[in-house]
Design a protein around this ligand. Structure first.
Ligand SMILES: CC(C)(COP(=O)(O)OP(=O)(O)OC[C@H]1O[C@@H](n2cnc3c(N)ncnc32)[C@H](O)[C@@H]1OP(=O)(O)O)[C@@H](O)C(=O)NCCC(=O)NCCS
Length: 181
């Protein structure tokens, strides 16, 4: 379903860093893990392997942003969603979904066929959004976050012809079968 808001999407620039830091801090609240949030966001906006896409409302407010990593060393042909944050006042209105659609579109345009991400096990809202968009759980990384919470690794194949036959089979069985996709 398209967002209920009228949104425009653009690549973030250095002038957006302060606003992005605020959106991130507000949306993650007590789950904010970054020790140097300003430096982290400034660096990712400038880094050529990262792409930060902003969703902006008709009155030029930043509703949310997604940070993607295009040259992750973990998997060829995969774009990794490093961060997704929607300002609390704009949550539940389709902004997160619209940002992920932008990631998928950009990934396909750049000939990547897979999107990966990691999400807190207890983050029901984010996991619900990702599942509803066709992301599948690929496994659990225990103690991934500094507070000891596990991460669930999720993946979506964007091109139906490249979906491995084993996709959907639990990781444990895939590993036994020597399949590491
Ligand atoms: C998670 C987050 C990015 C979602 O963005 P959003 O704009 O609020 O989400 P959307 O409105 O696009 O999508 C809502 C979808 O989430 C899912 N959802 C919402 N609440 C849910 C819940 N309590 N349980 C399960 N799924 C839920 C539904 O699939 C819903 O789709 P629907 O409205 O069509 O039913 C946003 O809430 C956020 O910034 N949270 C804090 C930071 C964070 O957790 N980021 C993700 C880190 S991996």
């Amino acid at each position: 379903m398209p967002s209920k808001l009228s949104l425009a999407f653009r690549k973030a620039a250095a002038r957006d860093v302060d606003a992005l830091v605020k959106v991130y801090a507000d949306s993650f609240a007590d789950k904010n893990e970054a020790t140097d949030l300003d430096g982290y966001i400034r660096w990712s906006v400038a880094d050529r392997d990262y792409r930060v896409i902003i969703a902006e409302t008709a009155d030029s407010k930043i509703a949310g942003f997604v940070m993607t990593e295009f040259n992750s060393s973990t998997m060829r042909n995969a774009v990794n969603v490093a961060q997704l944050a929607v300002s609390p006042e704009f949550q539940g209105q389709g902004v997160g979904r619209a940002l992920l659609e932008q990631v998928e579109e950009t990934a396909l345009k750049n000939e990547f066929d897979t999107v990966t991400l990691q999400v807190r096990k207890g983050n029901a809202k984010a996991r619900g959004l990702y599942s509803s968009m066709g992301f599948r759980d690929m496994g659990e990384e225990k103690k991934y976050y500094r507070d000891g919470e596990s991460a669930i690794e999720m993946k979506k194949y964007l091109n139906p012809t490249t979906v491995p036959k084993a996709f959907g089979i639990p990781r444990y069985f895939r590993r036994m079968a020597g399949i590491y996709a």
